[in-house]
Design a binder for this molecule. Structure first.
Ligand SMILES: NC(=O)c1ccc[n+]([C@@H]2O[C@H](COP(=O)([O-])OP(=O)(O)OC[C@H]3O[C@@H](n4cnc5c(N)ncnc54)[C@H](O)[C@@H]3O)[C@@H](O)[C@H]2O)c1
Length: 316
């Protein structure tokens, strides 16, 4: 596994224009996570289990917090029943999760990861608030799938873009779904991100047992720049009758040794998420090769969003 320094060297393409006095990851003693949905809950649980730090888990919705905590308890109970961890370890991890509906409770975190829905203005507002609430050494990370890290960082400057006190601490830690299972994480620097921030993010992700890839702030970053056109092309093959659903999924599953084909994978990710990312790739690059498939748009318009809505390319 690459060390944090090696990862930084790998990131030779990433230019840095600012520096910051961020603490090294070994001193990340408390994590904050905003958004207790699919991704936020997974990140919080992995942090409690692997880094064994207290996690302040913030969500606007008490119902989401209750659902998330119940899901975490279910995952921990499953790990105990499969003898992957002991009951004591499960209890310790559960005890580290501290749900709250108040963002002000992030006032003593060393590192915060935002995982709210993929809505640009929502993320900008939250980062402006984090710059006010979190300690001045805290790393402010986003789990965005597609929004520019540079734009998110700019939201922390309070209208003074040349003051990088806050924006140099913004970075993306883009975890993969499901977080407890997937080892990969993309670490993306915005234009303002300092080398210290990047290094702290890489090192903290390693404490979570993840393998970090470093990339520049470019539409889709690495994972979605490669994955989403692949999924979109599979939908175009279905739409234009090149092959049926099962043939498309079968050839990719059995021919490229992936656990599921592209249409099933799209259902698991959420077709709305896939469409949103294709739209970003298309609009941000202006390149027609990223045009979302008509069928993908129609499926989303119909409310057939995949597994989460009970119907997508498959029925659930
Ligand atoms: N789902 C995936 O496969 C996946 C993979 C990688 C990255 N992402 C990214 O992760 C982020 C979260 O995605 P998700 O699938 O977990 O979403 P989700 O809809 O499952 O969860 C989002 C949570 O945020 C909460 N929330 C909304 N507004 C809030 C606010 N103002 N303050 C606090 N909490 C708020 C919601 O109540 C909800 O619990 C998005 O940026 C998404 O693009 C998703």
């Amino acid at each position: 596994m690459a060390s944090a320094r090696q990862a930084l060297r790998l990131a030779g393409r990433v230019r840095h224009f600012s520096s910051t006095a961020a603490r090294p990851a070994a001193e990340v003693k408390r994590l904050g996570v905003i958004g207790a949905g699919q991704m936020g809950l997974g990140i919080a649980l992995v942090a409690a289990q692997k880094a064994q730090v207290p996690v302040t888990l913030v969500d606007l919705s008490q119902a989401s917090l209750d659902k998330g905590i119940a899901f975490a308890e279910k995952l921990l109970a499953k790990d105990v029943s499969k003898q992957r961890i002991t009951q004591e370890q499960a209890d310790a991890a559960r005890g580290l999760l501290q749900p709250t509906t108040s963002i002000e409770d992030l006032s003593s975190v060393d590192f915060v990861i935002e995982a709210v829905p993929e809505i640009p203005q929502l993320k900008f507002d939250i980062f402006a608030k984090l710059a006010e609430v979190c300690p001045k050494h805290a790393i402010l990370a986003t789990n965005t799938s597609s929004i520019s890290i540079t734009r998110i960082a700019a939201a922390t400057t309070g209208g003074k873009p040349t003051d990088t006190t806050n924006s140099s601490r913004v970075v993306s830690t883009h975890f993969m779904n499901p977080v407890p299972v997937q080892k990969g994480v993309e670490i993306i620097s915005g234009l303002q991100t300092s080398p210290e921030t990047l290094e702290t993010a890489v090192a903290f992700c390693r404490r979570l047992g993840k393998v970090a890839s470093v990339s520049a702030d470019s539409p889709g970053f690495l994972a979605n720049r490669i994955l989403m056109p692949y999924i979109n092309e599979a939908v175009i093959c279905l739409e234009t009758g090149v092959g049926d659903r099962d043939s498309i999924d079968s050839i990719m599953k059995n021919g490229t040794n992936v656990p599921m084909g592209p249409l099933q994978l799209a259902d698991f990710i959420g077709l709305d998420t896939c469409l949103a990312i294709m739209k970003v790739l298309h609009s941000e690059t202006g390149d027609s090769k990223y045009r979302p498939s008509v069928l993908l748009r129609n499926m989303v318009d119909a409310g057939w969003l995949g597994k989460k809505s009970g119907k997508g390319f498959y029925d659930y």
